[in-house]
Design a protein around this ligand. Structure first.
Ligand code: ADP
Ligand code: ZN
Length: 292
């Protein structure tokens, strides 16, 4: 059986065909321009591929409420050309197959939980730190949507004592995304994040913010693993710093086997950057099962 996968990102769309084991058989990508230009191209690619269902993981915010009239749409996205566009309906109408739908970060998390290092776990968090900060959450074996979907990238943080930067988020200033996403690093220091790789202070402050967020997440939802992805996490020196600071902030309060060795608890993504697209295959499989 063949399934379609679409990872809808703000800069590019990744398209793939996979089988029921999550194996990717064919893959391509095209730039994200506008619905009018981009969607027909994607439809044309999937049209003769004989897929049983399609899974879409998209940038947001998006409407995931199946009872809502606008289920399947982008909502208040700053990518204005896509605001209110119903991507699920577009593909259902054009391809006539079930279409599974979730956030990009829930997609990556689902990939890790189904095919990657978090296989078998029921409670997990996937955080991407890139152009923005987003988090996918699984609780009791289910991807969390709730009222909308979690927006952990925007939780408020205590500023680092040596950091006077006001923050990059247009809504909250110094939230996690405002202080720790790529554009925040670049505005704060006036340089590309990658050019700052040897500046220890930069990564110490970065790790301080990420560790605060992780401590709060651990206290709030008690995940069995936390996976960190996105462009900024290519600075792998962050991992030991984040683990150390998270442990310091929790100060011994949470005593579990996972907390004894954070090397296996706070980890990089495990599927060679395919976690998102593999998660889309699983979204397609699940939707096919649901709709029969
Ligand atoms: P997106 O979030 O748009 O999907 P990425 O996850 O690649 O894409 O994030 C892009 C951001 O990550 C940019 O702001 C850039 O500064 C930062 N970034 C990309 N590569 C690196 C790197 N090797 N080291 C540090 N920061 C990086
Ligand atoms: Zn914010």
């Amino acid at each position: 059986m063949l399934f379609g996968a679409l990872e809808a990102g703000g800069t590019k769309m990744v398209l793939a065909i996979g089988d029921e084991n999550g194996e990717i058989l064919e893959q391509t990508s095209i730039p994200t321009v506008s619905p009018e230009e981009t969607i027909p191209e994607i439809i044309a690619w999937f049209k003769d591929k004989n897929i049983e269902a399609l899974g879409i993981a998209a940038f947001g915010p998006i409407d995931l409420n199946r009872d809502s009239e606008t289920y399947g749409s982008f909502t208040t996205t700053p990518k204005l050309k896509w605001a209110d566009y119903n991507i699920v309906k577009a593909f259902r109408d054009a391809l006539g197959v079930p279409v599974g739908f979730d956030t990009d970060v829930n997609g990556s998390l689902l990939g890790e939980v189904t095919y990657g290092q978090a296989k078998g776990l029921t409670d997990a968090v996937y955080i991407t730190i890139g152009t923005g900060v987003g988090a996918g959450v699984m609780s009791n074996g289910k991807l969390v949507h709730g009222m909308l979907h979690p927006e952990l990238g925007h939780i408020k943080l205590v500023p680092h004592p040596d950091d006077s930067y006001k923050g990059h988020c247009p809504y909250h200033g110094n939230c996690l995304e405002g202080m720790a996403a790529g554009p925040a690093i670049e505005e704060r220091y006036g340089k590309k994040a990658i050019e700052l790789k040897d500046d220890e202070k930069v990564w110490d402050i970065e790790a301080y913010y990420i560790a605060q967020a992780l401590s709060n997440i651990i206290l709030m939802m008690s995940p069995q693993i936390i996976i960190l992805g996105g462009g900024v996490m290519h600075q792998t020196q962050l991992f030991p710093l984040i683990r150390k600071k998270t442990a310091e902030m929790l100060n011994g309060y949470i005593k579990t086997k996972q907390m004894e060795n954070l090397d296996h608890y706070i980890v990089p993504a495990s599927l060679n950057d395919n976690q998102g697209i593999m998660g889309c295959i699983k979204l397609a499989i699940d939707e096919k099962t649901l709709e029969g």
